[in-house]
Design a protein around this ligand. Structure first.
Ligand SMILES: NC(=O)c1ccc[n+]([C@@H]2O[C@H](COP(=O)([O-])OP(=O)(O)OC[C@H]3O[C@@H](n4cnc5c(N)ncnc54)[C@H](OP(=O)(O)O)[C@@H]3O)[C@@H](O)[C@H]2O)c1
Length: 371
C-alpha cells in the first residue's frame, strides 16, 4: 500500500540532501503513513522528515525533506581564505573527530605560503584556486577579510550550485549583500564564530539567508556545535554578536593578562599567575553556565562583608569595569556595521548606512566646503 502511495514521489538531491516531492492528491495519504516514512528515515540515519508548509511549485508540489543527518555523511568543507579563523575552525572540526582532515580543503593566494604550510601541517588539501574549493565542497566557508568578499564571491559564483551551502564569517557583510553577489537562490548563511573554536570552546551565532532550505539551519548548527556553543539568531543581531563574542576573546585575553600582572606585582611567578588567572575566568564562566544563577548573584556570593573581594571589586568599579565592557561591546558592534558597508562596492552598500555616512559628513562640514 505504501509503495503505491509513493508512486508519484520523486527523489532529488545529491549526497547532502534528500527530498521527496509529492503532489497534493497524495499528501493526505502520505500524512497517514508519515510514521512509516519516519521509520524508513531513521533506518537510513536521516533526520525526521519535514513536510514543507507551502507548495514549492504552481502545480501543487510539496517537499518532504528527509536529508541524511550530517553525522551520517562525509561532508566536505571548503575554506576560501586559509587564515587564522579558517584554521581555528578546521582544527576544531578535526579535533572533534566529526570531520576528517581529508575532507577539508582551503585556498589562499600564493603570497600566503605560511598559512598554506600551516594548513598542510593540519592535513588539509590546499589550493590557490578558489573555484577548486567550490568543486570539492558541500559547505563553502568564506573566511576572508570583508574587503575581499566581493572579489571572492565573483570568482566562485560560476562554479556554485544550489546544492552547496555558502557560509560567510566575514565581518559585517550582510546576507543580502552576499546573495546579491552570487547566483539567485544561493543558500547563504552568515556566521560569527570566535577563535576559541580551536579548542572546541567557541561561541558562534548564525543567521539564515532567504534561499536556505528546511534543514540548513540544522546542518550549520551541527557543524558549529562541533567547535563549541552555536545558536541561530535573526541577522540584525549578528553585528552585536560580533561586538560581544566575536571580539570578546581579545577582551578576555587582556583580562587574563591584567590579572596575571597583578599576581606578579604581589609576588607570584608569571607562569603560575597566568594559569591561576585563566582558570579563574574558566571557572567563573563554567559556574554561570552550569548553575544558571545570575552572575550578579554569584558575584555577591563571593563577597563576604569586609572581605578581600569587596575591596578588589571597589577598585574595579572605581575604574568603571562594567561601563568599559559595555563601551567595548558597543564600539566593536558599530565597527562591524561600518566595516561591512565600507568593504563593499558602492552599489551593494546598505542604503541606511549610506544615509548615515552622508549625514555625518554634512554634520562635520555643514557648508560643504572643500577640505
Ligand atoms: N580572527 C577572528 O577572531 C575572527 C572572528 C570572527 C570572524 N572573523 C572574520 O573571519 C574572516 C577571516 O579573518 P581572519 O582573522 O582569519 O583573517 P586572516 O588571518 O587575514 O585570513 C584571511 C585570509 O584570506 C586570504 N585571502 C585574501 N584574498 C583572498 C582571495 N581572493 N582568495 C582566497 N584567500 C584570500 C588572506 O590572504 P592575504 O593576507 O594575503 O590577503 C588571508 O590569508 C574575516 O572576515 C574576519 O572578520 C575573524
Amino acid at each position: 500500500m505504501i509503495a503505491s502511495e509513493f508512486h508519484s514521489i520523486t527523489f532529488v538531491g545529491p549526497s547532502t540532501s534528500a527530498y521527496l516531492i509529492v503532489r497534493r492528491p497524495c499528501l493526505s495519504a502520505l500524512t497517514g503513513c508519515f510514521d512509516a516514512v519516519s521509520n524508513a528515515a531513521r533506518e537510513r540515519d536521516c533526520r525526521r522528515p519535514v513536510l514543507s508548509e507551502t507548495p514549492i511549485s504552481d502545480s501543487g508540489q510539496f517537499l518532504i525533506d528527509y536529508s541524511p543527518s550530517w553525522s551520517s555523511i562525509k561532508m566536505r568543507i571548503g575554506f576560501i581564505g586559509a587564515g587564522k579563523m579558517a584554521q581555528a575552525l578546521a582544527r576544531g572540526l578535526i579535533n572533534s573527530g566529526r570531520i576528517g582532515a581529508e575532507n577539508i580543503i582551503a585556498s589562499s593566494p600564493k603570497r600566503d605560503y605560511q598559512f598554506i604550510d600551516q594548513c598542510k601541517t593540519l592535513g588539509l588539501t590546499t589550493t590557490h584556486d578558489n573555484s577548486e574549493v567550490v568543486h570539492k565542497s558541500d559547505v563553502i566557508v568564506l573566511a576572508v577579510k570583508p574587503i575581499h568578499v566581493s572579489k571572492v564571491t565573483s570568482e566562485i559564483a560560476p562554479a556554485l550550485s544550489r546544492e552547496q551551502l555558502v557560509v560567510s564569517i566575514a565581518l559585517g557583510i550582510t546576507i543580502r549583500n552576499i546573495e546579491s553577489l552570487l547566483p539567485t537562490k544561493s543558500r547563504v548563511v552568515r556566521v560569527m564564530p570566535n577563535t576559541p573554536a580551536v579548542v572546541r570552546a567557541g561561541a558562534s551565532a548564525f543567521a539564515m539567508g532567504s534561499a536556505c532550505r528546511d534543514g540548513d539551519a540544522e546542518i550549520v548548527k551541527d557543524l558549529l556545535s562541533t567547535v563549541g556553543f552555536a545558536v541561530e539568531v535573526p541577522e540584525v543581531q549578528i553585528d552585536p554578536v560580533t561586538g560581544l563574542s566575536g571580539s570578546g576573546p581579545s577582551y578576555m585575553f587582556a583580562a587574563i593578562e591584567g590579572l596575571a600582572d597583578g599576581g606578579v606585582k604581589v609576588g607570584l611567578p608569571r607562569d603560575l599567575a597566568i594559569k591561576l588567572a585563566a582558570h579563574t575566568l574558566y571557572g567563573a564562566a563554567k559556574m554561570v553556565l552550569e548553575t544558571g544563577v545570575h552572575p550578579a548573584q554569584l558575584k555577591d556570593d563571593v563577597q563576604s562583608p569586609g572581605g578581600s573581594s569587596i575591596y578588589g571589586m571597589h577598585k574595579l568599579e572605581t575604574g568603571g569595569l562594567k561601563g568599559i565592557l559595555i563601551d567595548a561591546v558597543e564600539a566593536a558592534t558599530n565597527r562591524s556595521r561600518a566595516t561591512g558597508d565600507k568593504a563593499l562596492p558602492r552599489d551593494f552598500r546598505n542604503a541606511e548606512m549610506e544615509k548615515k555616512i552622508e549625514e555625518e559628513k554634512t554634520a562635520s562640514n555643514p557648508n560643504n566646503q572643500l577640505l
